[in-house]
Design a protein around this ligand. Structure first.
Ligand SMILES: C[S@@+](CC[C@H](N)C(=O)[O-])C[C@H]1O[C@@H](n2cnc3c(N)ncnc32)[C@H](O)[C@@H]1O
Length: 270
């Protein structure tokens, strides 16, 4: 363990207010397409019929959507005003509370880890961020960033772990974690041949499922511009599509006519 001191179940499962929001977006996007053909956007929503004969959206009141209040933030991704990583951070902020335990499954240069520490840190010195990576270069880079960006109390909350994220459930107890975040692909500024792989990403998602607490979030930013990126994206999509609708709200944000744009996947555990 390197410590800082040392060194839905279908394509889109959505609640009623969000459907209204999507309807407004698709209307305005259709208008945009016909007017200027600059931004072509398509949402697909499948609402499975549940055992009581109602659709998932009929079964859940507008108040129980984990996306309530995030309409503007999500729209800012769709309309190209914010990057997927920025939107991800804002969604995390909406979910994470002071004192929480969270995991950065792909620490890299530490920017996500830094954002997480700021979200969990409070006066009581509770809260914990586990940040893992298979590359020592990445953890060293993250360590320098955190060293210069955090105060001594905040530094105490971070554990940098040189390990594969598929083993994350060996580090924390079951149902104890509020957020597990993945920023897939290669280390920016590093060796582009060392990338996250579909097989280990799938194992890590299974592990994350077990350690996430109710009300928690698995967040993924998926890059498809490098070899293997699409296969990994398919793996994430298939995993998310199989999560039971009673316990999970799963959605994916993808710009269909910008095929290399990062994809944001959000899996909320009810
Ligand atoms: C896109 S970068 C992450 C960027 C980072 N979150 C940041 O804020 O700078 C992806 C990272 O995942 C790491 N990685 C690849 N496979 C991994 C695995 N099996 N377990 C943990 N980390 C892995 C890579 O070494 C790389 O540093």
């Amino acid at each position: 363990m390197l410590s800082l001191r040392l060194c839905c179940s279908r394509s889109l499962v959505i609640s009623k207010p969000f459907i209204g929001f999507v309807e407004k977006l698709s209307l305005s996007s259709r208008r945009n397409v016909s007017q200027s053909s600059t931004r072509n956007l398509c949402f697909c929503a499948k609402l499975p019929i549940e055992p009581n004969g109602l659709t998932s959206s009929q079964n859940h009141t507008p108040h129980d959507s984990p996306l309530s209040g995030m309409e503007e933030v999500l729209g800012s991704y769709v309309f190209g005003k914010k990057k997927a990583t920025e939107v991800a951070h804002l969604v995390w902020k909406h979910v994470v509370q002071k004192g929480d335990m969270v995991i950065d499954a792909t620490c890299g240069n530490g920017y996500d880890t830094l954002a997480m520490v700021k979200m969990v840190a409070d006066e009581s010195a509770r809260g914990c961020v586990y940040a893992m990576d298979i590359q020592n270069d990445a953890l060293e880079s993250a360590s320098s960033l955190l060293e210069e960006s955090l105060n001594p109390n905040e530094k105490e909350l971070v554990k940098l772990l040189p390990m594969c994220h598929s083993k994350m459930d060996k580090v924390v107890p079951e149902a104890s974690v509020r957020l597990v975040a993945f920023n897939l692909g290669y280390l920016p500024g590093g060796d582009k041949k060392i990338i996250t792989k579909p097989e280990t990403t799938l194992l890590a998602l299974e592990a994350a499922k077990g350690i996430l607490m109710p009300g928690g979030l698995i967040s993924l930013v998926v890059y498809v511009g490098h070899p293997g990126g699409w296969a990994e994206s398919e793996t994430v999509h298939t995993f998310a599509s199989k999560l039971p609708v009673n316990n999970w709200v799963c959605c994916k944000f993808q710009m269909l006519n910008r095929p290399w744009a990062p994809i944001l996947v959000l899996l909320f555990k009810r």
